[in-house]
Design a protein. Structure first.
Length: 551
């Protein structure tokens, strides 16, 4: 029998095996393993982002689908058809906001926009008999309207319903619209063109307007946008959790790659024995790919960090704050509310005759609207798809027939009416293009600077705050439309957009030379990284390396 002493019994038993513990992760380990998880999302981001910047945005949006020629409205037409006056329209439609006189399928019509109703679905009435609501346009009329936007095609008569004629097919959509069409436009005629890009033109069945258009490149853009922001349902939510987690992880991985790039900066090239110029150490594909990855990474590393950091900002920040519209409210310009003496306004015929004295330019649309305290006739000579384009129109005071110009006082009143809460006037100035904050705009804009509390909507119910802020309200000098509210939050967002889009030339677009170059470089970096990931998988390098310690 073996006996133990007290000292021996109190000793801990000696462990003669080997204890393993995880090795402290290095920049190389972090970058390698995180990029294994992020290889597909990163490649999708780069490919979709490259598509966005390399494709012309105007072409994607279908700006090339423009009417080749618009038949002008003449004074003779107004005389012949005896167009209704503002007084007659208001008697029939007391909630009239504004009225637009235009031509629909060869007939003069009024499009009436009423308060409380969708601006996408105006009431369409006969210009001479405003009490007569017009029905939907026919398939033949829809096809003719579509052909005006595609002058290379000709459209003949077609049977009603779903039809096919030459290069066109038309179908009436009343419910369950496709994902590329908003339900607010229904009912519409979808006119499909048998061309190389599968063009679809959506014509409003009530107004006869082209409400939207699509082609294959635009459909790819919509799909890529969903993938880019990782919102696979509707493609609208930039602040989703999946994008947040993925972008944050990608930022950690890229920063680890930057550290690794610095640590291995001396090993990319090897000098020859004679000290000649540095040359590539190996001609094998994997070594060339590795050196390509290092070199391109050194060039685009900072921009990758900027893209991810600004993407996180867009994900975490509030959308209204980015736009500067937290304190913005709609300004109600309605004919029914603002002008008590409608019987004193010029008739459309009188206004058209007055226009002939001022200019000989033809016009295709006449709009009677309220701008501030003035009723105004707007003659549109050439339609503009976007508000930032030069508005080719002539505006006449509907009461006097004199040319209308938005005054400083009227612009200030509009700006104050668009602001929630109490504010005081700080400055008013007429800004000429180019405008730094709104570089795309062609026409002059009124800039009204307002002083207010940081939370002005609470000013009426609480004591004034010591903290103050400024908001710059931009009002279109021709149309009186509130273009934007700008403040400190929107200034930060503008900076983030500039960095994300690399818009250092201040064009207001991501279609610029800097984006083109870095998109191609980032695509090269991603493809070389994807090759490296596949190579590491093939060589079974993705495993936890353990270091052992004998105790």
């Amino acid at each position: 029998m073996t006996s133990f002493s007290a000292s021996q019994s109190n000793k801990e038993p000696r462990f003669r095996g080997k204890l393993y513990r995880l090795k402290k992760p290095s920049a190389r380990t972090v970058h390698r393993y995180l990029m294994l998880l992020l290889a597909v999302p990163m490649l999708i981001w780069v490919v979709t982002g490259s598509y966005f910047v390399l494709m012309d945005l105007g072409y994607i949006r279908g700006d090339h689908y423009q009417r080749a020629q618009i038949a002008p409205i003449t004074v003779k037409q107004l005389q012949t058809q005896k167009v209704a006056t503002a007084e007659q329209l208001l008697a029939l439609y007391p909630s009239l906001q504004y009225a637009e006189l235009t031509e629909r399928a060869g007939e003069l019509v009024y499009k009436l926009y009423l308060q409380g109703e969708s601006r996408w679905l105006p009431k369409v009435v006969s210009a001479s008999k405003p009490d007569v609501l017009l029905g939907k346009i026919s398939v033949q009329q829809a096809a003719v309207i579509a052909s005006e936007y595609l002058p290379r095609h000709s459209v003949a008569s077609a049977p009603p319903g779903e039809s096919e004629q030459n290069d066109f097919s038309a179908k009436l959509i009343t419910d369950n619209p496709p994902s590329e069409l908003s339900a607010r436009y229904l009912p519409v005629w979808r006119v499909d063109v048998n061309d190389a890009v599968n063009t679809s033109l959506y014509i409003s069945a009530s107004s006869g307007e082209l409400v939207t258009r699509r082609h294959e490149f635009w459909r790819w853009f919509d799909l890529f946008w969903k993938w880019h922001i990782m919102d696979y349902d509707h493609g609208e939510e930039v602040d989703n959790r999946l994008l947040l987690v993925t972008a944050a992880t990608a930022l950690v991985s890229v920063l680890a790659g930057v550290v690794l790039l610095w640590q291995r900066r001396k090993g990319y090239f090897r000098a020859d024995a004679k000290g000649a110029r540095l040359r590539v150490s190996s001609r094998r594909v994997k070594h060339l790919n590795r050196q390509l990855h290092y070199l391109v990474g050194a060039v685009v590393a900072l921009q990758l960090v900027i893209w991810l950091a600004t993407g996180l900002y867009f994900n975490l920040s509030d959308g209204q704050a980015r736009k500067g519209s937290v304190n913005q409210q709609a300004v109600a310009h309605a004919l029914a509310n603002s002008q008590p003496d409608k019987d004193k306004l010029l008739t459309p015929l009188q206004a058209a005759k007055q226009l002939q004295i001022l200019t000989s330019n033809p016009w295709s649309t006449l709009t009677l609207k309220q701008i501030g305290a003035n009723s105004v006739y707007v003659f549109e000579h050439q339609p503009s798809r976007y508000i930032h384009q030069c508005q080719q129109q002539t505006m006449l005071d509907a009461a006097t027939g004199e040319p209308f110009r938005l005054s400083e006082i009227a612009a200030t009143n509009i700006a104050l009416a668009s602001f929630k809460g109490a504010a005081s006037l700080a400055d008013v100035s007429l800004m000429q293009a180019p405008i730094a904050e709104l570089p795309k705009f062609c026409d002059p804009l009124w800039r009204i600077t307002l002083n207010h509390d940081v939370k002005p909507q609470l000013a009426a119910n609480s004591a004034p705050s010591a903290a103050s802020a400024q908001t710059r309200v931009y009002v279109h000098s021709k149309t009186g439309q509130v273009i934007a509210h700008k403040n400190a939050d929107s200034d930060l967002a503008d900076l983030m957009f500039k960095l994300h889009f690399m818009d250092y030339l201040n064009q207001g677009s991501f279609n610029n030379p800097f984006s083109w170059i870095f998109a191609l470089l980032a695509l090269t970096l991603s493809l070389s990284g994807a090759y490296w990931v596949v190579e590491n998988i093939r060589l079974r390098r993705y495993r936890f390396r353990l270091c052992r310690e004998r105790l």
